[in-house]
Design a protein around this ligand. Sequence first.
Ligand code: SF4
Length: 136
Amino acid sequence: MTQTTLSRRGFMKAAAATGAALAAASVPLLETADAAFADGSVERVMHKTACHGCTNCCPVRVYTEDGRVVKIEGDPDGPLNKGGVCLKCLSQIQTVYSPRHVLHPMKRVGERGENKWRPSAGTRPWTWPASRSPRP
Ligand code: SF4
């Protein structure tokens, strides 16, 4: 196994060179992506809510643009988390918009382990039969 040595000074030089190369190549940065928001054509709305990633229910701020979640951050007014959240919370945007996100109660149609499912008949998205509701 080969061992590479990189000094702190060498690392800083490489990082500066990489940054300069990206800037020269006009790689879109976050500021570019937020241009539409900055010019006021998109309304960003902040919603105070709680993360449901676990039973801590940390207070969070969820930002939406045109009804689509664009950012989640911890709520600094939260008495316990004081603005801190874990990665599980921050990754919930990916969970919500994942094509594999289950939007309906599903019923197994194949044998156990075949992973064949269909939306349960007579149910609407985000509704559960009262007898199986996760909440009282
Ligand atoms: S931020 Fe993390 S610890 Fe807090 S409720 Fe969400 S998953 Fe749980």
